[in-house]
Design a protein around this ligand. Structure first.
Ligand SMILES: [Zn+2]
Length: 211
């Protein structure tokens, strides 16, 4: 099982390379704390690491990764909300000025949502429950796909999930307030694994095009 050893080898390279080169930056982040201007919400998928895609430096981006880069609606019900806790911290405490929801091609969570079949997990499936966030969008697209065989349902739902997550972000009162006063901007992006191209969502039309 050499996989963990490969991680430690990578750490040694980081320690001798990037860490040494950015020692002053790390020292400043240690002394002054983090003040990232941007939060990115992206998928857990191993192919879409936002720090790699956006070529960021430590301290620049507050990242939240979850299955299919989804934002649930604001639900103050005292249950355990990991994604919402990260959003609250980024917006209220860190006062980020941008929140970027980045979807991607070949998203397994989106594929599972479209298939909608029993995944064979004993007992309740956390993924099935989680994907109900985009259930309405999924149902609309499955209905369209039934009469339009040319429709790329996977791509459509990957895009629609980003739009739904942006809508849900606006149900958090502190997000809506800051967006209204102009101190916070929301963005939608989609990364194509096949050609490494980033697409950006147009705020007005909701359409995606190359950055
Ligand atoms: Zn994904």
């Amino acid at each position: 099982m050499p996989e963990f050893g490969a991680l430690v080898d990578g750490y040694y390279r980081f320690r001798a390379g990037d860490y040494a080169a950015q020692k002053r930056r790390y020292d400043n982040l240690d002394h002054d704390g983090q003040h990232p201007p941007v939060m990115v919400i992206s998928c857990c998928d191993s192919r879409v690491d936002p720090a790699t895609i956006f070529d960021t430096v430590p301290g620049q981006m507050f990242a939240l990764r979850n299955v299919a880069n989804l934002v649930p609606p604001y639900q103050p019900d005292q249950r355990l909300h990991g994604a919402s806790a990260a959003i609250e911290f980024a917006v209220v405490d860190l006062k980020v000025r941008h929140v970027v929801v980045m979807g991607h091609g070949k998203c397994g969570g989106i594929t599972a949502s479209l298939k909608g079949e029993d995944r064979g997990v004993a007992g309740p499936s956390f993924i099935d429950d989680w994907m109900t966030i985009i259930k309405q969008g999924r149902d609309r697209i499955v209905e369209r796909a039934a009469t339009d065989p040319a429709l790329d349902a996977q791509r459509e739902l990957e895009h629609e999930a980003i739009r739904i997550s942006l809508q849900n972000l606006r149900t958090f009162p502190y997000v809506a307030e800051r967006e209204a006063e102009g101190s916070l901007k929301l963005h939608g992006c989609w990364f194509a694994i096949a050609d490494g191209e980033l697409h950006v969502m147009d705020d007005d039309s909701g359409a995606f095009g190359p950055a």
